[in-house]
Structure formats: structure tokens, C-alpha cells
Design a protein around this ligand. Structure first.
Ligand code: BES
Ligand code: ZN
Length: 629
């Protein structure tokens, strides 16, 4: 069976040339041209959804969402429409008048099961009654004991990349956009929030309604339910968190409104009306998720000194790169993330200055080269390409520093070659002209060539950057005086100066990270202890510094940080922190035993996204017993 699908590429196909890449088939839909999406069963060239009316109840005790999804459909005269589902139980499919419609679920793969619904002529609206399965991959259900306040259970969703289909039957392809309204019945005492217009106060009956009037792809559908309170940050921005954390969160994110202003000055108006941030429990598997109007964020960025707020700049930047102009398929993921890292850096430069931006760039540059080495060592050199081929694989495999940091490096080089003014004008036009559309790598390169490369006579090997492996030699590497000073202090300490004499008092989080990353991995426990005594690193409340320190602790068998490591791994579910720590642990026999011991306890508290990655890393067998190494 052909599992490829097609997704809208351009709003007015008649005015535009269809995609020309050899490997990207296109087909014509109702009034749009589509490019094949290998990660969805939908066939939008036959029929697409244009609006969703969701009416659901969330049972936080039984761990189920149940209700109906009613769709407006635009069809090309086809007699069927295909949805994506994953683990959903379909109770009925009906026309608005209640007439049942014939439907069938296909075979199950890592992409879930296609739901094919027969459409009698003239059917342009259907209702699907359904409920979620017990292991819905998008959902994390937390008991009240797993929350800060311990008063109410908590639920949150994570849709990207192909998980929305596990809580809503939907055409789950980033190029298929629809508007939505929703009614959510939540337990009394909780508030429900979505990627839509949101309440700022609890309702006694737990019933909430939502609207999203701008068309969005399915991966941006989002829901959270819990004991949450709201604090405003500006006229159009605010933060939601558990009441215990609200004040700290509001202080930490005070730069949100200035960041919005900076972003608009760079690349045009914010098109989503409000920008709010929801602070999730620490099991959230990502740093942040750009759900429109409501960024989902990990509490691990609340450091108490506003030093980790680049993450807010990043998720906010997605309001342009990703949510307005969306990668057409997950093979084009770098169009979402590389652009967003670039935009994030520009917002940070505007708010925190060029020194900060340079250090931010250099840390990303270090991540990139580490990732290239790692992928090469694993025999995955093909995954160091910007343009990926993820057909037949979970798109989550494409979530590496390549899309983020190599994507950034490519754009940073283009900025250098075109000059900032011209590059900014190009990007402004890009977001304006392609707003609410999807974009392929080929189409972007066409625009780049005709608007920048050719007119300005720019000399750059685009094919090497986009389809080549590794990082081309013309990458821009900034010089940071502040990092050079850190290097000098590190050298001095390694050569014998005492830790107490190092000039660290003005160091920011970035300088500490650079210091720690540059230390030899085989420092030895006594020297670790010396640093710990002088700087209390095992006790730091900064999650980024702690993660880097704990990694060194494992490598050096530094006993005093072991308890903190176990505590961190059992309380935080952010994959970016978990993967390097468990990876280091499993490198030795003793560490492997420790890793299994910790994972057995921690696993039930992790989201499925982190579980999938870690089960593989630890060769963990379903049911809780580890496979023999
Ligand atoms: N959209 C991503 C998170 C994501 C990517 C979820 C792919 C699922 C599949 C988000 O914007 C992101 O990049 N988060 C980063 C933040 C960082 C780069 C500032 C994260 O979670 O670490
Ligand atoms: Zn991102």
C-alpha cells in the first residue's frame, strides 16, 4: 500500500510552478498543489479538512479523552477522505443529520492506522466519535502527586511531529491547515488551555471553549489541563503555571513583551494576537513547544536569573518560522528549526546584546560539531544533511542539532554574504508572502536564488550546504572575547592556580557552560571536588550548568554528585538532558547498572517521547525488565 500522502504546497497553484525535485512527487488537489508527505496517510488531493469542531471530555482518572471531531471537508470529487489515527477507538462516523458513513481502519505501522471514510456525493461535513487508547503517545497523564500543588491531576499533549493522531483523528501532515473551535470538559477545579483563545480564570463547571481562527497544521493542536493560574506579562502576553510557581515564572519571563517587539521589528507583525507561555511540570520532554498563542515550556528554564530565556525567544520566533511558514514535510524540518535558531539569535542580540549572541552562537557551534562527530561515528553520516530523507522512519529521528545548528549556520553564512540589511528584507518578504503556507527545501532554494544569490552575485555552494554531509569549511565562526577570557581562566586553573583565585564572579550561564565543556573529561575526582568546593556546582539551581556538571561527574566517577544525578534523572523528563547523561552512564559496566536502577524508577514519570528514545538507548524491554546488554 502506498503510504505517501500529499500536502498543500502553495495557495494558488495556477500562478506557480510545481515543485521540481526528482524525489518530491506532487499532485493537484481541490485548489492547491500538494507535495507528498511520507508520514501521513491523508490524500489531500482527493479531500482535505478545512475546519475542525472538537467536542471532548478529558477523564484524568481513567486516562481517556472521549468525544467527537466534526470536520468541514473540501473535496476534489473523490468518494473518500483519509485520516490519520494512532490507537484511537472509532465509535461512529456520521453525516450532520446522523446518517452513519461507511469507514474502515487500515493496518497499523509506526505511523498509526489510516481511517478511510466513504463520502457520498455532496458530503462536506462529517463527525467522528472516538476515544483515545490507553497508550496515546501524545498524552502525558500525571497524578496529583506528580504536580507541585498535589491538589489535581495534570494532562498535557505533545503533537509534533506525528503524535496528534493519537488524540484526535486528523489529517496529520504539516502542510494541511485548518481552523478549529473546541469545547473541552475538564474536571472541576482545573483549567483547560489550548493552542487557541484561552481562559484566564477557572470556571466552576470545568467547561471551556476555544477558537483558533488562523489555519494551523495538526502538529500544532495542543491541550493542557491542570491546576493552573495566570499572570499577565504585558498587554498581549502572560504566563500560566501552577500557583506555587507563578510568581517566579512571571519574574523569569519579564522580557517576553520586549522580545515580541524586537521580533516584530525584525520580521513583521505578530499574527496570532496573544502570546502566552505555559510552564509545564518537569516531565515535559522538550525545552519548549511552539503551540500557537501558547508556548509550552519546561520549568527547567526558570533559573532565577533570567539566563535561560533564549528558549522563549526561540518558541516565539516559531510564530513566524514554523507556524506562519511551515515545513512541507518533516524532511524539510530544518526550514522550521534552522530559521528559528537564526531568528532566536537575532531576538537575543536585540535584547541582550551582541556579546550574548556571539556566545550563544558559539555554544551552538560546539553542539553542531559534537553532533556531526557522533552521527559519523554511528554510521549515520547521511543524517548530517540538512535535507533529510526520513521516509519509513519516525520523523523524531530527524530531531538533531543538524536541523537546528547546521540550518542556523547556513543562514548565518547567507547573512554574512548578503549583508544584514538585504538578508533581513529577504526574510521579511519570505514570512509575509508565504504566511499560512507550507514550504519545501526546493521552493526555498528557488526563492533564495532568484531574490538573493543571483541579484547579489553571492558565491556559495548551496548543494554542499543542503545536500552534503558535515559542515562546509566556509561556516562563520565568531570570536568571543568573553569566551577567550574563560579559556584563559580554565588554562590557569589546569596549570595550578587555585579555583578561588579564578575571575569568575561576572560569569553568566554561557561562560560557565563554556568553562565546563572545555575541561578534560578525565579530570579526576579530586579536581572535581576542588571546583565543587569553590563554586558549589553540585548544588546549582541552573539546569543547564547542572546537566553539564553531572556529565563530568559521571565521566570522573565523582561520588558527591551521584545522589544529585539520581534526583535529577527521576525529577526531570527533558530529553535533551536525559540522553547525554544516560549515554555517559551506560559507557561503563558500573554505570550501566546504575542507569538501569535509576531508569526503572524514573521511567513511569517520563513522557512517551523520552521513553521511546531511552528504551532504545538502554535496551529496555517493554514491561520493565532490561534486556541483557
Ligand atoms: N518544535 C521544537 C520541539 C520539537 C521538535 C518537538 C521536533 C517535537 C519534534 C521546539 O521549538 C524546540 O526546538 N525546542 C527546543 C528549544 C531550544 C532549541 C531553544 C528544545 O526543546 O530543546
Ligand atoms: Zn524549535
Amino acid at each position: 500500500m502506498d503510504r505517501s500522502t500529499s500536502i498543500p504546497l502553495l495557495a494558488f497553484a495556477s500562478l506557480l510552478v510545481a515543485c521540481t525535485a526528482d524525489d518530491q512527487r506532487t499532485e493537484r488537489g481541490p485548489d492547491i498543489t500538494y507535495v507528498m508527505d511520507p508520514h501521513s496517510h491523508a490524500r489531500p488531493s482527493e479531500a482535505v479538512i478545512t475546519h475542525l469542531e472538537l467536542d471532548i471530555r478529558a477523564d484524568l482518572e481513567a486516562h481517556r479523552i472521549e468525544g467527537s471531531a466534526t470536520y468541514d471537508i473540501r473535496s476534489n470529487g473523490a468518494d473518500r477522505i483519509i485520516f490519520d489515527t494512532d490507537g484511537l477507538e472509532i465509535a461512529a462516523v456520521e453525516r450532520p443529520d446522523g446518517t452513519p458513513l461507511r469507514h474502515a481502519l487500515g493496518d497499523s505501522t509506526f505511523m498509526g492506522r489510516p481511517l478511510t471514510v466513504q463520502l457520498p456525493t455532496g458530503t462536506d461535513r462529517i463527525t467522528i466519535r472516538y476515544r483515545t487508547g490507553p497508550d496515546a503517545r501524545a498524552l502525558q497523564w500525571l497524578s496529583k502527586e506528580q504536580t507541585l500543588g498535589k491538589r489535581h491531576p495534570f494532562l498535557f499533549t505533545q503533537g509534533q511531529a506525528i503524535l496528534t493522531r493519537s488524540w484526535i483523528p486528523v489529517q496529520d501532515s504539516p502542510g494541511i491547515r485548518f481552523t478549529y473551535t473546541a469545547t473541552v470538559q475538564a474536571p472541576a477545579g482545573t483549567i483547560a488551555l489550548m493552542s487557541a483563545t484561552n481562559p484566564q480564570e477557572k470556571r466552576a463547571d470545568g467547561r471551556y471553549t476555544f477558537r483558533m481562527d488562523q489555519p494551523i497544521p495538526a502538529y500544532l493542536m495542543a491541550l493542557a489541563i491542570g491546576d493552573l493560574a495566570f499572570a499577565p506579562l504585558g498587554d498581549r502576553s502572560g504566563v500560566y503555571a501552577e500557583p506555587e510557581l507563578l510568581e517566579k515564572a512571571a519574574w523569569e519571563f519579564a522580557d517576553t513583551e520586549p522580545m515580541l517587539v524586537a521580533a516584530e521589528e525584525l520580521y513583521g507583525p505578530y499574527r496570532w494576537e496573544r502570546y502566552d507561555v505555559l510552564v509545564l511540570p518537569p516531565s515535559f520532554p522538550f525545552g519548549g513547544m511552539e503551540n500557537p498563542r501558547l508556548t509550552f515550556a519546561t520549568p527547567t528554564i526558570i533559573a532565577g536569573d533570567r539566563s535561560l530565556t533564549a528558549l522563549i525567544a526561540h518558541e516565539m520566533a516559531h510564530s513566524w518560522s514554523g507556524n506562519l511558514v511551515t515545513n512541507a514535510t518533516w524532511n524539510d524540518f530544518w526550514l522550521n528549526e534552522g530559521f528559528t535558531v537564526y531568528f532566536e539569535n537575532r531576538i537575543c542580540e536585540a535584547i541582550y546584546g551582541p556579546d550574548y549572541a556571539r556566545m550563544h552562537h558559539l555554544l551552538g557551534h560546539q553542539d553542531l560539531h559534537r553532533t556531526v562527530e557522533k552521527l559519523n561515528a554511528e554510521g549515520l553520516a547521511a543524517d548530517t544533511r540538512l535535507r533529510l530523507d526520513l521516509s519509513g522512519r519516525d520523523p523524531d529521528d530527524g530531531v538533531t542539532d543538524i536541523a537546528y545548528e547546521k540550518g542556523y549556520a547556513f543562514l548565518r553564512l547567507l547573512e554574512e554574504k548578503a549583508g544584514r540589511e538585504k538578508f533581513d528584507a529577504f526574510l521579511r518578504g519570505y514570512f509575509e508572502e508565504h504566511a499560512f503556507q507550507s514550504m519545501t527545501t526546493d521552493r526555498f532554494l528557488e526563492l533564495l536564488r532568484s531574490e538573493l544569490i543571483i541579484p547579489l552575485g553571492i558565491d556559495i555552494d548551496i548543494a554542499e550546504w543542503v545536500d552534503g554531509e558535515g559542515v562546509p569549511a566556509d561556516e562563520v565562526v565568531p570570536v568571543s572575547d568573553r569566551f577567550e577570557k574563560v579559556d584563559a581562566e580554565r588554562d590557569a586553573w589546569l596549570k595550578g592556580r587555585s579555583a578561588g583565585e579564578l575571575a569568575t564572579s561576572a560569569w553568566t550561564t554561557q561562560e560557565w557552560l563554556h568553562f565546563l565543556r572545555g575541561l578534560p573529561r578525565d579530570l579526576g575526582a579530586p579536581r572535581m571536588a576542588e571546583l565543587d568546593k569553590a563554586f558549589e556546582l553540585t548544588g546549582t539551581g541552573n539546569s543547564e550548568i547542572l546537566a553539564a556538571w553531572l556529565e563530568l561527574g559521571i565521566a570522573n566517577d565523582y561520588a558527591p554528585s551521584a545522589a544529585r544525578l539520581a534526583e535529577f534523572l527521576t525529577s526531570v523528563g527533558r530529553r535533551k538532558f536525559l540522553v547525554p547523561l544516560y549515554t555517559r552512564l551506560v559507557a561503563t559496566e558500573k554505570g550501566r547498572i546504575k542507569a538501569r536502577e535509576i531508569y526503572r524508577v524514573a521511567r513511569p514519570g517520563y513522557h512517551s517521547v523520552s521513553v521511546r528514545t531511552l528504551d532504545e538507548l538502554l535496551a529496555w524491554k517493554e514491561g520493565g525488565t532490561p534486556v541483557d546488554f
